[in-house]
Design a binder for this molecule. Structure first.
Ligand code: GAR
Length: 210
């Protein structure tokens, strides 16, 4: 099984979806540790309740972004993950940090990338008038939310939607999409090559969009 570290900043519902997926003996990955940049992230306790090592590396304990990233890297070096999953990790990473893990770090973003990169995607989708929305799992590169796309899920935008109703609809799909995307990465069926995406040996059941 591939060793996976999950980085979070908050409630960790995507982290929980990954933990649940990993309980299937046939699933090709295991969550070996959870790291949060926020000491009060609710997801830390959830991870511990599943018997998973969960540590906070608060940025306020470090004098600079570089020093904080060094501390995260030290924790990761000890954990020695094959794959890093960002799951609501709300801190930008330097190109140097990203470069260290390129091809081995993936992220879930609550929009149909390359549309609506960055924060407040749900509000901006409502504002845009688009009638569809969704979520994306992608490899992390130095360009924020700009790395090669692994898989996407789509939801309708319904009349009367608010940020709350729309984000809840997207989140449900996130919880399906992330385990699916991590499985493809862990099996080596999806790889990042020369900054692009390569799918290999995909069978019909391996959905990269739904
Ligand atoms: C999720 O919707 C995730 O896609 C989003 O934050 C939420 C975290 O929820 N991520 C980003 O916005 C990344 N920039 P969770 O903590 O319950 O998984």
């Amino acid at each position: 099984k591939k060793r996976v570290a999950v980085l979070i900043s908050g409630r960790g519902s995507n982290m929980t979806a990954l933990i649940e997926a990993c309980k299937d003996p046939a699933y090709p990955a295991e969550i070996v540790a959870v790291i949060s940049n926020k000491p009060d992230a609710a997801g830390l306790e959830v991870a511990r309740s599943h018997g998973i090592e969960a540590v906070a590396v608060p940025q306020k304990d470090y004098p600079s972004r570089a020093a904080h990233e060094e501390a995260i890297n030290a924790a990761l070096a000890r954990i020695a993950p094959d794959v890093i999953c960002l799951a609501g990790y709300m801190r930008l990473m330097s190109a140097e940090f990203v470069g260290k893990w390129e091809g081995r770090m993936i992220n879930i973003h609550p929009s149909l990338l390359p549309l609506f990169k960055g924060l407040d995607s749900h509000a901006r989708v409502l504002e845009s008038g688009m009638r569809v929305h969704g979520c994306t799992v992608h490899f992390v590169t130095a360009e924020m939310d700009g790395g090669p796309i692994i898989a996407q899920g789509v939801v309708p935008v319904k009349p009367g939607d608010t940020e709350d109703t729309l984000s809840a609809r997207v989140l449900k799909v996130e919880h399906k999409l992330y385990p699916l995307a991590l499985k493809l990465v862990a099996e080596g069926k999806v790889r990042m090559v020369n900054g692009g995406i390569v799918y290999s040996g995909l069978i019909e059941d391996d959905k990269t969009s739904f």
